[in-house]
Ligand binder design. Structure first.
Ligand SMILES: [Fe+2]
Length: 324
């Protein structure tokens, strides 16, 4: 499996939290007591710790986890599955998207989870492992996750299943309710409704492999979360109640980015690694001096170390890049 980078950097995390909580730049500056120029510098990719930590508190993010993300100090580690699991990462427009295969090694009965942009690799594995693909389960029906559904279904004859809250636009597709159970021989698949990113966003909790596995779609990413403008609070709540209550060695297979584990996300995901607190409306005392301005003054004395280098390293996504 190729190295898959984190889906979101710290500017993406801040942006998703701001959009989710509907907090404008001006409001965030007022609440956190930071200067607009400092916030703009952070949003442009400069990891100014003092600013990061101030805004994190007002976006209900863990300051330590956000700072670690900003400085590249964390990358999730997840155990390997010796048998019965394969991950596929395919390019879709300006991002990549994951899809997965799970099977019982003895009977070779298999299920696919999403199709990704191109199911060619999945079909190759099905042929190489001589799998009997019975089900195609959809975490949700956003284009990138179902882009090759017609081809995968036609090539395998597998049943297509999606949440009753978000049926698939595919002839003969079926729907499941929350807490439905499917079986691939000894492997059990349970549906958990973790909606928010989309109306029927489903997490599939799978037991019977070497490790408990949750295929979470865009409910959660390593170090981040799928975006949600309208139902952000619900998404966080559903993730907390239904994903973060699974056993701690559960491997999380996300719709974008690398594999991770529940234990890793409890420690390092800025959205989930801090205790839950109600939002605060109390503005902090403003910083006496702009952090970015102070940094610029230092940099002006050392032209060779000017921050644009760092800004380039942590560059924001190209304008118009779609975030999952
Ligand atoms: Fe999505």
């Amino acid at each position: 499996m190729a190295h898959i980078p984190l889906e979101d950097n710290f500017t993406d995390v801040i942006g998703k939290a701001q959009r989710g909580w509907k907090i404008s730049d001006a409001e965030l500056c007022a609440r956190a007591g930071v200067l607009p120029a400092d916030l703009a510098a952070v949003q442009a990719g400069r990891p100014l710790d003092a600013v990061l930590r101030r805004v994190a508190r007002h976006l209900r993010l863990d300051p330590d986890a956000l700072e670690a993300l900003a400085h590249g100090r964390w990358r999730p580690r997840a155990p390997v599955f010796p048998r019965g699991f394969a991950m596929f990462n395919t390019p879709h427009e300006d991002m990549t998207v994951n899809s997965y295969l799970v099977w019982e090694p003895r009977s070779r009965v298999a299920a696919a989870f999403d199709t990704g942009a191109d199911c060619g690799g999945m079909l190759d594995t099905i042929a190489a492992e001589r799998l009997d693909l019975r089900y195609i389960f959809l975490t949700h029906t956003h284009d990138d996750h179902v882009a090759d559904l017609a081809r995968l279904a036609a090539a395998t004859g597998a049943e297509v299943w999606a949440s009753e809250r978000e049926p698939a636009a595919h002839a003969g597709a079926r729907t499941f309710a929350e807490n439905s159970h499917f079986h691939l021989g000894e492997i059990a698949v349970k549906t958990l409704l973790t909606w928010g990113h989309s109306p029927g966003q489903t997490t599939f909790f799978i037991t019977g492999l070497a490790w408990p596995l949750a295929i979470v779609g865009d409910a959660l990413f390593a170090g981040s979360i799928g975006g949600s403008r309208e139902h952000f609070a619900e998404q966080l709540r559903h993730d907390r109640e239904k994903i973060f209550t699974l056993q701690r060695d559960t491997v999380l297979a996300c719709g974008h980015g690398p594999l991770t584990t529940l234990a890793e996300e409890r420690l390092h995901n800025p959205f989930f690694s801090r205790p839950w607190h109600p939002p605060t409306k109390q503005p902090e005392a403003p910083a006496a001096t702009g952090v970015a301005a102070a940094a610029d003054r230092v940099e002006k004395q050392r032209p060779a170390l000017r921050i644009p280098v760092a800004a380039k390293r942590f560059a924001r996504p190209t304008p118009g890049r779609r975030r999952a």
